[in-house]
Design a protein around this ligand. Structure first.
Ligand SMILES: *[C@@H]1O[C@H](CO)[C@@H](O)[C@H](O)[C@H]1NC(C)=O
Ligand SMILES: *[C@@H]1O[C@H](CO)[C@@H](O)[C@H](O)[C@H]1NC(C)=O
Length: 517
């Protein structure tokens, strides 16, 4: 060890003499150094490897040319500092990384030239937010695909601070610029306090945010304005649409002809409601059976609006056809609160006496699951899911044993027959079974059941551990007697069964996730 550190000292001195601008990092100072400097460009190499020698002069040249910027050049000798290189996933020599305020960005240009190093570094370390005048704005619009152009009153405003924070977060996806020039705002057909999302290849009008900027407002604006005018529904984008806080308009069809006629009319309307309502096509042929989960009659084309907060639905009456005016009136009536809302919901049979397991539907879900006084364990159920079916009798037993009854509820809801009201995480079910403990007094922080083990003891452990009320499980007497004396045997049998079933279940769960919309 001693010889090693002497050696590294020797090498440090040597390279320091050759190029003052490059910092050698070792195990002791690597992380402190990266943490205390916002922009560090690191080369990982092994001196014996010929390519490392070859790029050294280019690396030093870039360091020399950027020595007045805020970028620090550093290098790690992987023959001496194996730990650092392993921990940083160095899988080839040389490897270059830019450590930028907690982000790690890998250099992947074809050639390791000083020019490429500089281009790479400049593209990622240029300020996340810059001020523009008329001329620089034109250049930026030409050079960037997606520009967020904000007009604000002054740099000493809260708006500026919010804009800056959001630009720090989204800097690699969008170019953020601002101006305080009222005339420039007028030239862009907006006013101060307006923000424009400029898309380079946009053939339509650009989206404009008219409200003064806050972190949330700006982020929502960007997330909404980046969406196409009328997208196709897919499993990849569905949850994103449900997360956005604006209503969602569905147009269901299986015919191209409908898209070319009614669809085009709807797109025209959609343009007017940009940022106020999202519009999507649902290909009813592609989604087949799962279209039934929307709870509307399978008669296409069809139109539905869904409120993102409550998840309530509003259905279009198609008896008069799909003329543009009627669709427009439907949307107006929706915003005026004149359309009757509904949930997709099943009818429930009365519960049997002594059955403590509660079956919920869309209309009873909130009353049961979100009862603030109780810990409520909920199984989101689907008939086709085997672990769901197998869990029902177990949960029924647990429901009978759980005490005190006014502090704990065990419940389930068939999520294919019922909408799940409310905001996520209540309605983000990706695959069955999903189980959640909605805790007493902390309904906004539900705990997800974390494993694929569906045994009684697993459920009891979980509920006992996370419930906020004091919950106990009182075993019925006859059951206790039954298991007496044979406990060991029973337990080991159960363990065996568990192992066997685990693999099976994993497979099943995967399959089910695929089916999910
Ligand atoms: C911009 O917004 C700020 C904060 O809401 C407000 O004080 C100011 O008057 C607005 N300026 C213009 C030109 O609308
Ligand atoms: C939606 O799908 C249709 C047909 O597959 C396609 O022509 C159209 O470009 C898609 N729209 C978007 C926004 O991707």
């Amino acid at each position: 060890m001693k010889a090693l550190s002497l050696l590294s000292l020797f090498i440090t001195t040597l390279s320091a003499a050759r190029a003052v601008t490059i910092k050698n990092l070792n195990e002791d100072d690597f992380f402190p150094f990266i943490d205390s400097n916002p922009n560090v460009f690191v080369k990982y190499c092994a001196p014996w490897y010929s390519k490392c020698g070859e790029v050294q002069s280019e690396f030093e040249k870039a360091a020399e040319e950027l020595k007045d910027s805020k970028i620090i050049f550093a290098q790690v000798d992987c023959t001496l500092e194996q730990e650092i290189c392993i921990n940083n996933g160095v899988n080839k020599y040389p490897k270059f990384e830019l450590h930028r305020e907690g982000d790690i960005l890998e250099f992947r240009y074809k050639e390791d030239t000083a020019e490429n190093f500089k281009t790479f570094i400049n593209s990622f370390t240029s300020p996340s937010l810059t001020e523009v005048d008329e001329e620089t704005l034109e250049t930026i619009k030409k050079e960037n695909d997606k520009v967020i152009l904000a007009f604000i009153k002054s740099k000493d405003s809260d708006e500026y601070q919010s804009l800056y924070r959001v630009s720090q977060k989204l800097r690699d996806e969008y170019k953020f610029v601002f101006s305080t020039d009222e005339k420039l705002a007028k030239k862009n057909n907006v006013e101060l306090n307006n923000t424009i999302f400029v898309k380079k290849f946009n053939t339509e009008k650009n989206d404009v945010l008219v409200e003064p900027i806050t972190d949330d407002i700006l982020t929502t604006f960007i997330n909404t304005a980046k969406l196409p005018l009328m997208d196709n529904l897919s499993s990849a984008n569905y949850n994103n649409y449900l997360d956005l806080e604006i209503p969602l308009f569905y147009f269901f069809t299986e015919k191209q002809e409908d898209i070319d006629t009614i669809g085009k009319n709807i797109e025209e309307i959609a343009r007017k409601y940009r940022l106020k309502m999202n519009f999507i096509y649902v290909d009813t042929e592609k989604y087949g059976e799962s279209v039934e989960n929307f709870g509307i009659e399978k008669k296409w084309p069809a139109i539905l609006i869904q409120d993102p907060k409550s998840k309530l639905k509003y259905s279009y009456d198609s008896t008069d056809g799909f003329d543009k005016e009627f669709i427009q009136k439907f949307i107006n009536d929706y915003f005026d609160g004149k359309i009757k809302s509904f949930y997709h919901s099943e009818n429930l049979e009365p519960r049997k006496p002594n059955d403590y397991l509660i079956r919920m539907n869309a209309y009873t879900f909130e009353e049961v699951a979100l009862d603030i006084t109780k810990d409520v364990f909920v199984l989101f159920y689907a008939e086709y899911c085997k672990p769901c079916r197998e869990s029902l009798p177990i949960l029924r037993e647990i429901a009978a044993e759980a005490e005190p009854k006014d502090k704990i509820t065990i419940a389930y809801i068939d999520a294919t027959l019922n909408d799940i009201p409310g905001k996520s995480p209540f309605n983000k079910i990706d695959g069955f079974p999903t189980m959640v403990l909605f805790r007493a007094n902390r309904k906004n922080e539900p705990v997800l059941y974390p494993t694929n083990d569906y045994y009684k003891s697993d459920y009891i452990d979980f509920i006992s551990q996370y419930s906020l009320n004091d919950i106990t499980f009182e075993k019925k007497e006859e059951e206790e007697e039954e298991s007496n004396g044979e406990e060991d045997n029973e337990e080991s049998k159960e363990e065996e069964k568990k192992e066997e079933k685990k693999e099976e279940k994993k497979e099943e769960k995967k399959e089910e996730k695929k089916d999910e919309l």
